[in-house]
Design a protein around this ligand. Structure first.
Ligand SMILES: Cc1cc2nc3c(=O)[nH]c(=O)nc-3n(C[C@H](O)[C@H](O)[C@H](O)COP(=O)(O)OP(=O)(O)OC[C@H]3O[C@@H](n4cnc5c(N)ncnc54)[C@H](O)[C@@H]3O)c2cc1C
Ligand code: HEM
Length: 460
């Protein structure tokens, strides 16, 4: 099998753009009308999803070491679509027919034999993984929406109870399908660590013109049912590490990071953790009161809020909790080297007299009496035993009594301003552009690549 030849052929075919996917699906459904029902009714916009992946995967078949874990995941993942072994040859035949059509004169019997062999290897790995998974887990989980909280016109928090436990690691996501949008599976990240009652929280942001998120945000109600695939994703806690933690969340990218926070809170000694939570505007910081409450109860946690699209800014940001979650001497421009955290309780009760920028109230040094820099406060909360309260339901959330001050700038800018993050384990999640710019910034600042874990909410 000549993998280089496959890659060159696929690149040549891909130049024909959208037409390739259109040809592939027309061929597949004409020859196999019974397969049509497995795909969403409206396929525009994502028509090339399967085909693009197929071509890329199959033409990288010479790198099986890298590919195998991915293919195993994909094979398991296909169980929720109802795909079984007998479907694979049909897809393979249409793939080859499509490649042949767009290759024109450069198509040869050798090339065809290579594509068939590569597709066989890939299918085999996927099917084997699916079979193995079938012995241990259902193809999907049904569940009931037990609560919905609409936080803003475009953001809702849903709580779902699966009919049977759905195993996952904090930071992972599941594909979700609604009866109102059959076969439109969309990934959502669990926003909580596993609970005894198995419920899962999801934070959903409405994407304008989207097929699924508007239904989730605007229409779904308690009592509605939905289906979920197996948990996927690699944005999970590095359990072996004892480094400090930096988290950067854009909008509902907060969800998986909040689940990881809950996991950290269960540790005997949680690491010092700084969470930057950003959005375009203040009112889009939909979970800030809850985060402030968490920071108030957990001295190892500092929360910094940031907005990118609002003018102004008071020069120093709003942050909650211990100033020791962030690097020593961090501070915004204009207040060099000075911590800017306020204790959450003080701030939400209104800044206490004597509080001033650059100095947490009640502490000349910026840290609680008797506590050294980098040393967590003593007591239950510091040791992680403080309850990681159930923050579902706005009644549980504290209401700020004063308009909070917030950092201004993109998350990449704000995180960069706060100093150096060498020595931290870093978790970044949110919209594509935000994840990319934050990662770029951290890398430029010299953070080693292998310390940064990323998840982007870009469509898959
Ligand atoms: C691993 C993973 C985890 C995710 N977790 C969450 C989560 O916890 N909460 C959450 O709100 N979303 C999450 N998403 C995004 C979610 O899966 C959907 O992509 C999103 O809800 C849009 O779906 P839709 O059907 O409404 O839009 P679609 O019909 O899929 O798309 C409509 C249009 O919007 C564009 N688009 C699609 N997604 C986005 C986006 N995220 N931002 C901007 N434009 C987009 C498309 O390109 C298309 O032009 C996650 C995505 C991934 C890959
Ligand atoms: C080598 C074999 C295959 C590869 C590499 C492959 C790859 C993919 C990928 C990457 C996706 C997107 C995954 C996601 O959104 O979670 C996908 C989706 C899908 N695949 Fe496959 N696939 C293969 C075989 C098949 C077969 C045999 C079928 C059966 C008809 C099939 C049916 C589907 C369906 C129904 C979807 C969902 C499409 C959508 O939501 O738009 N796939 N496939």
């Amino acid at each position: 099998m000549d993998a280089q030849r496959l890659k060159e052929n696929f690149a040549q075919v891909a130049q024909h753009g959208d037409a390739v996917a259109l040809f592939f699906y027309s061929d597949l459904f004409l020859r196999n009308p019974h397969l049509r029902d497995m795909f969403p009714i409206g396929m525009s916009g994502q028509r090339d999803k399967l085909l693009r992946a197929l071509g890329q995967i199959v033409s990288n078949v010479d790198d099986l070491g890298e590919l195998v874990p991915f293919l195993q995941g994909l094979g398991r993942d296909h169980r929720k679509f109802g795909i079984i072994a007998e479907h694979y040859p049909h897809v393979g035949a249409s793939l080859v027919a499509t490649l042949r059509h767009y290759s024109g004169a450069s198509w040869t019997p050798e090339l065809e034999a290579d594509w068939v062999a590569a597709y066989d290897v890939v299918s085999h790995v996927m099917l084997e993984a699916a079979d193995q998974d079938g012995m241990a887990a259902p193809a999907w989980w049904s569940g009931e929406v037990v609560a919905v909280e609409r936080r803003r016109f475009d953001i809702a928090v849903l709580r779902v109870r699966p009919d049977q436990p759905l195993p996952y690691a904090p930071g992972q996501s599941v594909a979700v399908e609604l009866p109102q949008r059959l076969r439109h599976w969309r990934y959502l990240s669990m926003a909580n660590a596993p609970r005894p009652d198995n419920t899962l929280d999801f934070h959903v942001r409405l994407v304008d013109g989207g097929a699924v998120s508007p239904v989730l945000v605007r229409s779904v109600q308690a009592g509605d049912r939905l289906r979920m695939g197996a948990a996927v994703g690699t944005l999970v806690l590095d359990e072996s590490s004892h480094r400090d933690v930096l988290m950067v969340a854009g909008s509902t990218g907060l969800a998986p990071l909040k689940a990881i926070l809950e996991q950290l809170a269960q540790r005997q000694t949680p690491p010092r953790t700084t969470l930057f939570f950003g959005a375009r505007t203040r009112d889009a910081l939909y979970d800030l009161p809850h985060l402030a409450e968490l920071a108030g109860g957990h001295p190892w946690l500092t929360v910094v809020a940031a907005v990118s699209d609002e003018p102004g800014g008071g020069g120093f940001g709003m942050s909650f909790g211990s100033p020791f979650g962030a690097p020593e001497g961090y501070g915004p421009p204009g207040v060099p080297g000075s911590p800017v955290s306020f204790g959450a309780s003080s701030w939400f009760g209104g800044p206490p007299s004597g509080a001033s920028p650059g100095r947490p109230p009640g502490s000349a040094s910026g840290r609680p009496p008797g506590q050294a820099p980098g040393q967590a406060a003593s007591g239950d909360a510091a040791s992680g035993h403080a309850a990681f309260g159930d923050t579902f339901g706005s009644a549980a959330a504290p209401v700020p009594s004063a308009p909070p001050r917030i950092e201004h700038g993109t998350l990449a800018e704000v995180v960069g301003r706060y100093g150096s993050w060498h020595g931290h384990d870093i978790y970044v999640c949110g919209p594509d552009a935000m994840v990319e710019s934050t990662a770029d910034r951290l890398l430029r600042d010299g953070v080693p690549r292998d310390r940064i874990r990323l998840e982007s909410f870009a469509q898959r």
